[in-house]
Design a protein around this ligand. Structure first.
Ligand code: FAD
Length: 304
C-alpha cells in the first residue's frame, strides 16, 4: 500500500504543487531528498561532483526530468544540459551526463529527440564528456534504441542503458555490442506486463549475471549498475571488476557504504548524481523502491 501510494504521489502534479507551495513541508522534503540528489541547481551538482572526484569516484550527472510534452520545456531542458556540459568542460570534468530522451523531446516527436541528442553529443564531444541514455518504459524502448543506434554509429561518446528484466534484452544486446558505446546494465525500474518482463526474483538475478558474463567475454565497455550486494560479491569473485573497461555504478545516497568498500579495493566506481527542481519525483521513486528509506527520510526531516 505504501509503495503504491508513493508511486502515485510521484506522478500526482496536484500533490507536488501542494508540497512545493507549502512553506512548512517543502524545506522538510527537500532535506530528505538531499540524501539522493545533489541539490536544485547545477552549481550544487558540480560542487558535489567535485567532492566525489576528489575521493576518486567517477560521476554521472543528471538534470532530473522526464516525459516533457511541451516543446518550450524541452528547450529549457536542452539549455540546462548544454550549460551543464559547458560547466563541466570549464572545470575539465571529463565525466558522464545521463538523461531520459523523453526529457528532451521523445514524448513529443522522435525527430525532435534525435536532433536534440545530436546537438548534445556534438557539444559533449568537444569537452571529452560522455552521454549516457537512460532506458524508460517498454513502450519507448524501440524509439530509444533507434535514436541511440543512429547517433552511436557516428559518435563514440555515447552509451545506452538496458534493462535485464525485459525478455527482448537478450536480442538487443547482440546488436548493441556492434556499437562502441558503453552499455549500462540495470535490472529495470518500471512495472511491465509479465508477458514481456520478469519480476524481481532469483531468476532475474541469474539473468543479470548471465548478461554481465556475456558482455565481459565480449570485452565491451560496461557499467554494472546495481546495489545488489550478493550479485556484486559473485561478480567480484569472478574478477569482473578488474577489467579496465568495467565500472560499478550506484545511485547517490543508495548503499554509500557498499560503493565505498568497492572503491577502496581500487575498482572503477561511479556515482549517479541527479539534481534539479524535479527532485520530488525522484525522491518518491527512491522511497517506493525500498520502503526502509522512509525511515531515513523521516530521520533526515527531523534532524536539525
Ligand atoms: P534490487 O533487486 O532492486 O535490490 C537489491 C538490493 O539493493 C536491495 O535488497 C537493497 O539492499 C539495495 N537497494 C536497491 N534499491 C535500493 C534503494 N532504493 N534504497 C536502498 N537500498 C536499495 N532503471 C531503468 O529502468 N532505467 C534506467 O535507465 C536506469 N538507470 C539506472 C542507473 C543507475 C546508475 C542505477 C544504479 C540504476 C538505474 N536504474 C534504471 C534503476 C534500476 O533498474 C533498479 O531499479 C535499481 O537499481 C534497483 O535495483 P538493484 O539492481 O539495485 O537491485
Amino acid at each position: 500500500l505504501v509503495i503504491e501510494a508513493l508511486k502515485s504521489a510521484a506522478r500526482n502534479n496536484q500533490m507536488k504543487d501542494a508540497f512545493q507551495q507549502s512553506k512548512e513541508l517543502y524545506p522538510l522534503l527537500l532535506k530528505a531528498a538531499r540524501r539522493y540528489v545533489a541539490g536544485e541547481v547545477r552549481a550544487d551538482a558540480i560542487a558535489v561532483a567535485e567532492n566525489l572526484l576528489a575521493k576518486d569516484y567517477q560521476v554521472s550527472l543528471e538534470f532530473i526530468g522526464e516525459n516533457t510534452v511541451n516543446l518550450e520545456e524541452c528547450q529549457k531542458a536542452m539549455k540546462e544540459f548544454m550549460s551543464l556540459i559547458d560547466g563541466m568542460g570549464a572545470l575539465s570534468l571529463k565525466q558522464t551526463v545521463s538523461f531520459d530522451l523523453s526529457h528532451i523531446g521523445l514524448s513529443i516527436d522522435k525527430e525532435i529527440a534525435y536532433n536534440h541528442l545530436l546537438q548534445l553529443v556534438q557539444h559533449a564531444n568537444t569537452h571529452g564528456i560522455i552521454l549516457m541514455v537512460s532506458m524508460e518504459e517498454s513502450s519507448k524502448t524501440d524509439a530509444i534504441l533507434d535514436i541511440y543506434k543512429k547517433i552511436a554509429a557516428q559518435y563514440d561518446n555515447i552509451g545506452i542503458t538496458v534493462q535485464a528484466h525485459l525478455y527482448r534484452t537478450e536480442m538487443d544486446l547482440q546488436e548493441l555490442v556492434q556499437y562502441p558505446g558503453k552499455i549500462r546494465l540495470v535490472k529495470g525500474a518500471f512495472q511491465e506486463p509479465s508477458t514481456i518482463a520478469m519480476e524481481r526474483s532469483e531468476a532475474l538475478n541469474h539473468r543479470y549475471l548471465q548478461f554481465i558474463d556475456q558482455l565481459i567475454k565480449w570485452n565491451h565497455p560496461l557499467s554494472i549498475a546495481t546495489h545488489d550486494e550478493v550479485l556484486i560479491q559473485e561478480m567480484e569473485q569472478r574478477h569482473y571488476f578488474q577489467q579496465s573497461n568495467v565500472e560499478i555504478e550506484m545511485l547517490y545516497g543508495i548503499r554509500p557504504d557498499l560503493i565505498q568498500s568497492l572503491q577502496r579495493k581500487g575498482y572503477n566506481c561511479k556515482v549517479y548524481l541527479p539534481y534539479g527542481q524535479e527532485w520530488y519525483l525522484y525522491l518518491c521513486h527512491r522511497l517506493a523502491e525500498n520502503p526502509e528509506n522512509l525511515y531515513s527520510a523521516v530521520t533526515d526531516m527531523l534532524s536539525t
